[in-house]
Design a protein around this ligand. Structure first.
Ligand SMILES: [Fe+2]
Ligand SMILES: [Fe+2]
Length: 288
């Protein structure tokens, strides 16, 4: 499994990044009660629990500011969308090559499900690109710094973040100025002003910021912010724009969680449609 090449040994408790997606799928299975959510958390596979333990321990404000400085300046070179997708595809899960889909096939499943339901073209594009930021693994970032539910740093943690007990070991716990309800932020300052725990969401949103509309950027930036979009947490940091964008993020989340199937999309057949789609919204190459 090549994802475990990233980071130091012990930074990769998940067999592969999809294991986190599968955890989310089980956790947010349609029709689940609050009680069932808690049972699912307690009985999560040990690797998922270990993954969140590392994530919650290491995602501090200083960690996030350093990673934002490193990656949000987009100094990793110019790539087309296809090149970025091919690069991500080198994260191959070789545990079961017959049934597992490649990363590109996963992206196409999401975007094709959005397309089938007649949503606007910018949303189909968003479906295709939303996980391209997982290439952070290939830059050497550990799994816990690439995937996982996201949350704001620099203010008190919500109890709606999965496995909140693991924040006990986070050094920010000993910085009272970061532990109050608002921390370093102003009431209702808006989600765009927050420093979110670092991961693939924020990175792909920065890459796409010059080109895509707010609805799309919200889907990209906040698609793993489950405490907010699924649990209603952090409303006291939200402004009216965030509240109006929430419906789009939720619309998108349905496809992110539930469009996985084992049929392989036919890339060669679909390629002309996507070539045109990329050209409609994006320049030929982008800074990553
Ligand atoms: Fe994602
Ligand atoms: Fe996804």
């Amino acid at each position: 499994m090549s994802t475990s090449l990233a980071g130091k040994p012990g930074d990769a408790p998940l067999g592969d990044l999809d294991e986190w997606d599968e955890f989310l799928e089980g956790r947010y299975k349609e029709g689940k009660t609050q009680e069932e959510f808690r049972v699912y958390d307690a009985t999560a596979t040990p690797s998922v629990a270990e993954f969140y333990r590392l994530n919650h321990e290491h995602q501090t404000l200083d960690y996030v500011l350093a990673k934002e400085k490193l990656y949000f300046s987009l100094q990793k070179g110019q790539k087309t969308i296809w090149e970025a997708a091919e690069f991500l595809n080198t994260l191959v899960d070789d545990s079961d090559p017959d049934t597992d889909l490649t990363q590109i096939e996963h992206l196409l499943q999401t975007s094709e499900a959005i397309r089938r339901d007649g949503h606007p073209r910018w949303m189909v594009l968003t479906g295709f690109i939303h996980d391209l930021g997982k290439c952070l693994c290939l830059y050497g970032e550990p799994q816990w710094g690439v995937v996982g539910d996201t949350f704001p740093v620099g203010c008190g943690w919500s109890k709606d973040i999965v496995f909140p007990e693991y924040f006990d070991k986070n050094p920010d716990r000993h910085r009272p100025e970061l532990q109050s309800k608002y921390g370093i932020y102003e009431p209702n300052c808006g989600l765009e002003k927050l420093h979110m725990s670092f991961g693939h969401d924020g990175y792909i949103a920065e890459v796409m910021k010059p080109y895509l509309r707010d609805e799309s950027l919200y889907m990209l930036r906040f698609h793993s912010f489950y405490p907010w979009h699924r649990h209603g947490a952090y409303d006291y940091l939200c402004n009216d724009k965030d509240r109006s964008m929430l419906e789009w993020v939720l619309k998108f989340n349905q496809y992110d969680l539930y469009s996985k199937a084992h049929t392989k999309p036919n890339l060669q057949e679909l390629k002309p449609y996507y070539d045109e789609l990329f050209a409609e919204f994006l320049p030929p190459t982008l800074a990553w």
